[in-house]
Write a protein that binds this ligand. Structure first.
Ligand SMILES: [Zn+2]
Ligand SMILES: [Zn+2]
Ligand SMILES: [Zn+2]
Length: 107
């Protein structure tokens, strides 16, 4: 419209294909509405996922799921060396590191 040089050159179309969603805060752009909304939350600090059990809220559903396990007591991550289980993958990792890695020469 305002760009009146070689508007109808088909070869240029692919190069300057525009992404539909352009971030207002940085130069991130995407075709996916979902991606875009998730991205803008980086800037707005919006946290649409709130916990059912307490008033905490989270920016992503994954973070919320991890948090909710604190209430439900669900511990889907298990140590492969002993019966230890945890609600976060990172906890199992640090458990393995501190309980099983350090004492490799104890036997
Ligand atoms: Zn942005
Ligand atoms: Zn909660
Ligand atoms: Zn263990």
């Amino acid at each position: 419209m305002e760009n009146n040089n070689s508007e109808d050159n088909p070869k240029r179309t692919e190069e300057r294909r525009e992404r539909r969603y352009q971030c207002r805060f940085c130069n991130y752009s995407t075709d996916g509405c979902g991606n875009f909304k998730r991205h803008e939350r980086i800037h707005t600090g919006e946290r649409p996922y709130s916990c059912f059990y307490c008033s905490k809220s989270f920016a992503s559903s994954t973070n919320l799921k991890t948090h909710v396990r604190l209430h439900t007591g669900e511990k889907p991550y298990a140590c492969s060396y002993c019966p230890y289980t945890a609600n976060e993958k990172a906890s199992v990792k640090s458990h393995i590191f501190s309980r099983h890695m350090n004492q490799s020469k104890t036997l």
